[in-house]
Design a protein around this ligand. Structure first.
Ligand SMILES: [Zn+2]
Ligand SMILES: [Zn+2]
Length: 256
């Protein structure tokens, strides 16, 4: 029981051999949930011991290319070659605009990424307020985050009550605190060092502030631009948060 987290990528759009684009897996019973897929996600998935047809759900935190860019490649690889063609249905979850986004991709790639009817289901969550989705094995709560219009954060609760929250990309906001409230694990972006704060992203101490205000049981920092490599991310986070803390690296496994 519980939820197993595998970090596929702890980086950003900046190409890096050490940190692939921001992406991770949750294993809940027989479900394999993939969160975000930018460049390199499918390769990291293989390195973690999984194939793309094992993924039951794909969750997109927002539509920036470092979180969605490999969707086209995944759909193409889901269809071709015929011998590998996927036959079990899967879900892609994102915020309002997901259908438009997919239609845009289809305008460019046409039948190369069109799957047989019923194989792929697109599910749009409200990016104007709280929304919820339930399955037999877990439930999903979403809230809009402070980054771009399509940004939502996810809160996944397993049947045994284990909770993992994921900020996606965001700035400090009340919704991020609400999303992470009392979570067993809060996976939070920490894009740039404290001294390099930009609008729409967090720093280690701001991520820590959200975690402290939300009372999370464990905090996992991820989505590191290269500038983070030359500072002590953990020490900066400790300015605001004194609970259990994990600094992500690619292919890290965390049991919740
Ligand atoms: Zn982004
Ligand atoms: Zn990002």
């Amino acid at each position: 029981m519980g939820i197993r987290v595998t970090i596929l990528g702890s980086g950003t759009c900046v190409p890096s051999l050490k940190r692939s684009t921001s992406s991770f897996l949750l294993q809940i019973r027989d479900n394999l949930l993939l969160f975000d897929l930018g460049a390199g996600a499918m390769r990291r998935l293989l390195e973690a011991g999984f194939g793309i047809s094992q993924v039951s759900h794909i969750f997109l935190s927002h539509l920036h290319p470092d979180h969605t860019g490999e969707l086209v490649s995944l759909l193409f690889a889901t269809k071709y070659p015929q011998t590998y063609r996927r036959r079990t249905p899967f879900q892609i979850v994102g915020s309002r605009g997901l259908h438009n986004f997919y239609d845009g991709l289809r305008t460019v790639y046409k039948e190369w990424i069109e799957l047989e009817p019923g194989l792929m289901n697109l599910i749009e969550m409200d990016n104007g307020g709280r929304d919820q989705l339930a399955t037999d094995d877990f439930s999903v709560d979403t809230l809009p985050m402070s980054h771009i219009e399509s940004s939502i954060g996810y809160r996944i609760t397993g049947a045994d009550g284990t909770t993992v929250a994921y900020s996606g990309d965001t700035d400090y906001c009340e919704n991020a605190v609400a999303l992470a409230r009392d979570a067993d694990l809060f996976i939070c972006e920490s894009a740039l060092p404290d001294a390099m704060k930009v609008e729409g992203h967090l720093t280690p101490s701001l991520a820590g502030r959200i975690a402290a205000e939300a009372g999370v049981k464990r905090l996992l920092l991820t989505h590191f631009y290269p500038e983070c490599e030359s500072v002590d991310v953990e020490a900066q986070c400790r300015n605001t948060y004194n609970g259990p803390l994990i600094v992500a690296h690619d292919l890290m496994v965390v049991d919740v």
